[in-house]
Design a protein around this ligand. Structure first.
Ligand code: SF4
Length: 439
């Protein structure tokens, strides 16, 4: 293929690992169109689509946090397309697991789809918390963990982080939670320093349950507090007032202390009626009135199917994108002033016991085994999604099958894209490391 000098110059401005692939893509495209020459106009035309994938380019502005983007886009390593897996999903999963992956951390994500609350902004619950149903589910999950453990051990894999997410895992009984954590520890090949996180809600997480899971081996709690402001909390469906939240949180911090377990909370900015004073009040409350070891500051995610949109006219207004940019900036400054250490764009810690392994590694595209109904994960080049219909999940487990509903082979660029996303989360971009991964 004949390249004009201007077209070659455009390619030379790109890093080598991008330009090599882009050159091939352009030549394939030109051949399809029966072109004999590639000129700068053709490169720019293809580059536009390549660079932005249909999104408008960012605006050039002096206030990029508030103004650069037209709207919030999901940037997640797992969302980068792919092709459906052609073979049986279970065969594909265990084949991927059997391949050595010494440089990539291994993890497991365990989904608990139950929740007794219905927060207006939430799109993550699937099932109402009914004790008998949750007990049946726990039995099935234990069977799935045992089956998966055999494959992981045979392959010589080690897991360095396990995350119980939901839904609300703390809605399970203390006995069920203990049995699950004990099964994880006895049946899965965990590293000695494995991070075991239990996500949940403070309401209903009584001392006996907290003690039971700590004694079983949980070493990290993540609670979705969202706001300490009683009025703002109740507007979005949270039950406890500020005083109860603080009291419960500090009690759990005390119980966690002898186990050196970390207690982390999430706070949301951009909730209905939440202004700058309310937001800084939430952050100050977390820093000065609780003993938490780390926190996430993240912006409201408006999920179309949730009541937050249908109740929009009855609730006070939510912050615009520009206002959320301001809330992010003042929150960041508050955390720096309080001498918290920044582990990622939204995550901060005050104590080194908080490691944030699961969340950091997940964004970098690490291997993660999905367990439970509705769980998602990835191993090697393939992403896997588990059956989210509870009846079908239980039936598959009864038949001794891994309840996978979908497998997607990630596109070739995934590894390098995930590394770039992970690096950006840590506020850096290491082109040399990216080139090394791209090969
Ligand atoms: S407690 Fe958590 S999982 Fe349950 S509805 Fe609220 S945000 Fe969603």
């Amino acid at each position: 293929m004949n390249w004009t000098a201007e077209a070659e110059q455009l390619l030379e401005k790109m890093p080598a690992f991008v330009s090599d692939r882009f050159r091939k893509k352009l030549e394939d495209k030109a051949a399809q169109q029966k072109r004999t020459q590639i000129d700068s106009a053709f490169v720019k035309d293809q580059q536009g689509g390549h660079k932005h994938q249909g999104y408008p380019p960012p605006r050039v502005t002096n206030d990029p946090i508030a103004e650069a983007f037209e709207r919030k886009y999901a940037v997640h390593a797992g969302m980068m397309g792919g092709t459906p897996c052609g073979e049986d999903f279970e065969t594909a999963l265990w084949r991927e697991v059997s391949l050595p992956s010494p440089d990539i951390p291994g993890m497991a994500y365990i989904h608990i789809p139950f929740c007794s609350s219905r927060c207006h902004f939430c799109g993550f619950y699937a099932e109402v918390s009914v004790p008998d149903v949750m007990a049946d589910y726990t039995r099935a999950l234990i069977a799935e963990i045992k089956m998966s453990g055999r494959y992981l051990k045979e392959a010589g894999q080690t897991l360095q982080a396990v995350y119980f997410g939901g839904g609300t895992p703390t809605d399970l009984s203390g006995d069920d939670l203990s049995r699950l954590v004990q099964t994880i520890r006895s049946e899965l090949p965990l590293s000695n320093d494995c991070e075991i996180t239990l996500e949940g809600r403070l309401y209903g997480f009584v001392d006996k349950k907290v003690q039971a899971v700590l004694d079983s081996g949980v070493n990290r709690f993540s609670f979705g507090v969202q706001s300490f402001n009683t009025k703002i909390r109740q507007q979005v469906g949270r039950k406890q007032p500020r005083e109860e939240v603080i009291e419960r949180l500090n009690r759990i911090v005390d119980l966690a202390e002898p186990h050196n377990a970390a207690v982390i909370i999430d706070l949301i900015f951009g909730l209905p009626g939440q202004g700058e004073v309310d937001w800084l009040g939430d952050i100050d409350c977390a820093i000065h009135e609780t003993g938490i070891h780390g926190l996430d500051l993240y912006q409201i995610n408006i999920i179309p199917s949730t009541p937050l949109l249908s109740l929009k006219d009855k609730l006070p207004p939510m912050a615009t994108l520009r206002q959320r940019g301001k809330l992010f900036s003042i929150g960041r400054k508050r955390m720096i002033d309080a001498k918290f250490e920044r582990l990622s764009i939204a995550h901060w810690r005050r104590d080194p016991r908080e490691r944030n392994r699961y969340n950091s590694w997940n964004k970098m595209g690490s291997n993660c085994l999905p367990l439970g109904s509705g769980a998602g994960g990835r191993w090697g080049k393939t992403r896997f999604f588990q059956q989210n219909d509870l009846k079908l999940y239980l039936a598959a487990i009864k038949n001794g099958e891994k309840p996978l509903a979908m497998g997607m082979i990630s596109p070739d660029h995934t590894q390098v894209s995930a590394l770039a996303v992970g690096q950006l989360e840590q506020q850096q971009l290491d082109i040399v490391a990216l080139e090394k991964v791209a090969g």
